[in-house]
Every structure is written in structure tokens, then in C-alpha cells.
Design a protein around this ligand. Sequence first.
Ligand code: PLP
Length: 397
Amino acid sequence: MSKVIYLDNNATTAVAPEVREAMEPFLTTLYGNPSSIHTFGGQVAHHIEEARQRVAELLGAHPTEIIFTSCGTESDSTAIRSALAVAPSRRHIITTRVEHPAVRNLCLALAKEGPGGGYRLTELPVDAEGMLNIADFGNALDDDTALATVMWANNETGVLFPIEDLGALARARGILFHTDAVQAIGKVPINLADLPVDMLSLSGHKLHAPKGIGALYVRRGTRFSPFLVGGHQERNRRGGTEAVPSIVALGKAAELAKQRMNDEQTRVRRLRDRLEKGLMANCPGARLNGHPTARLPNTTNISFEYVEGEAILLMLDQHGICASSGSACTTGSLEPSHVLRAMGVPFTAAHGSVRFSLSVYSTEQEIDRVIEVLPPIIRRLREISPFGRDQLAQAKP
Ligand code: PLP
């Protein structure tokens, strides 16, 4: 297969060559168990601590505040279940309507779970640009709230929530605040030392480490209850023999992300803007889904009305271009994404939405190729769509 144009980095990223190189010795010669008494195993422990230090540096955290997990989903589950376990008398959870399923589906399950009914769940709405209202969040906090969990950056639209303001409101009420920062890490600068955030989740495969490694930040002094209970690993906070190669990989990826943050914020943003402008100018009726400015630098979500997102993706795929759509084919019907629905995006636009997510490996040539290839695809699909044909007919003088 010829080289693909990979613009689906919010789904997963390529493992960086430097990361692959860093983890390689731990897949071959350095295979000992870090908990072993012998030197052969014990020497590996030092590399785990080095990785922890690198992740902490990316976040502006202390190394003891970092717990390695198996993925973003495990970090989210651990944070949410821990907050509920340490405040058993509190029965209220606050979240948003646009969370990733890793948070959303757990919260929905908790709303049903347990004797005498489940937790009371407040799912905060967003506006047409996908933004959360800070006052709504403040008003939702009450004496029964055990946890507020709000994502840092939305995986579908890239919209950035005002985490500092939300965390401050929760802290003022003595309520634990968790953020799913899986999409934000490595794309926007984060300094947890200055932020009112108690717990934060991240995932390695979104920042050029392999799949199957994540981390949870737990601020020092935060009461914590482990999710995986077993051995004494991770200072008794996460049982299970450490995934040493993946942990080392995450450490290296964190170091690279810190070095490349500037590129992400400038060059990647410029490429994303170039793509957005090029498509808007050449595809009549295209509209942006998401906030114009409070957005990840790598993400754009565009609706092409009256065409199916999945049809667009299939045709892009024929040109070796990888992107995502905002509708998922579930149970035979095309259900628009819960994020676009929460934003009130009209049905005809939600169905024709495509997400492009760039990375530090994206190039101008790739972006220009998409700007060349996509407009004729949209024209063709509109011509064969009954709705699109009507629209075109109306638009003609
Ligand atoms: N949270 C967000 C915002 C995500 O985008 C993802 C993955 O797409 C996850 C959580 C889950 O991460 P993982 O795939 O590592 O479990």
C-alpha cells in the first residue's frame, strides 16, 4: 500500500521512532521484573522512575503524583470510582453531555448501579459551538456532589473547556475535580502545579507511544482508592506487574511531546487552519463544528450538508486519506454522534461531518492533497444524493 495521508490522530497516533527505540531493550534484554530482589530485575525499576519523571515534567506535576495504568479508559474509571469510594455518603456526579464513552458510559452505568438506585447524575449541556457554561457548572455543585468530571479537550471537535475556572469552583466547594485530558496532552501546555485539578487522565497512544499504556495524575494529599487491587506496585495504588516497555515508551513520548509543543502550537495549527480554509472555500455549504478559537490546534470537524460522512470517508480512503466521521453505524442505522447532537447540529449536517486530526508528522503537501481531492468528492456525492440534488437545484439561478 502506498503511503497513507494519516489525518486521524485523535483516534490514535504513529509510534515515534525515538519511542520505539527507547522501549526496544525492554522487549529484548532488559526483561526482568522490577519488583525482583536480584540486580537483573531491580535495574529495570530505575527506568520506570525515569519515565515517571518525564511524564511529571510534561504535566508540571511531582513524580509521586503519576500512576501508570493500561489506558485512558482505566485512568478514567480509576479516578471516578476512587472519588466515589472516598466519599461514600455523597451520591451526586457532575459531568457533561459530550464526554468520551470512557467517562460517559461509566457515569450512565453508575446512575443505575447499586442498592437503592444509582448515583444522581448531572450531565451539563453545551452550546452550539460545543462550549460549556461556567455558571451552569457552578450551579450544579451541591453538598451531595462526590465528583465533577469534565474533559479537557473534546475528541470529536477539539473544543477546549475552561478547566481552570471549573476546577476552582469545585475546589471552593471541597468537591473532587477530575479531567479526562487524553486529547489535550501533548497538544496544549499544561501545568498542574498551578491548576485546581485533583485527578487527570492521559493515554499514551494519543501522543506517539504505543496502545495499552496510560497514566493517572492524582494530586498529593488527594484521598485515593485503588481500582486494581493486587500487588504493591505503583505505591499500592495500582496492582499488576508494570508494563515496563510501554511505561518507558510513554516516558519518551512525554519528553518528545514537551520538546514538540511549540511545533504543535504553531506549524500544526497553521496546517489545520490551511485545511479548514481550503475546504470551506471550495465546498459550498461546509460548516465548522466546534468553537472557532477555544480548540485543539490539530483538530477540525467540518459538516458537508446533504452527504453521508461515511461515504466521504470511503471515497477519501480510495485516495489513501484517513479521517473520521461524526456518525457511527450502529445497529444498522446511522446514528449521529452524541457530541454533535448535544451541540444541536442539524441532522443533515451531523450526518455529513468529518473530523480531520493532524499531528507533528503532518505536512503541507498532505494538506494540499486533501484540499484538492475532497471538493470533487463532495460535489459528486451531492449529485447522487436526493437531498443534495434538491439543494443544488434550489441554489441554481
Ligand atoms: N478519553 C478521550 C477523550 C479519548 O479520546 C479516548 C480515546 O479515544 C479515551 C478517553 C480512551 O483512551 P484509551 O483508548 O487509551 O482507553
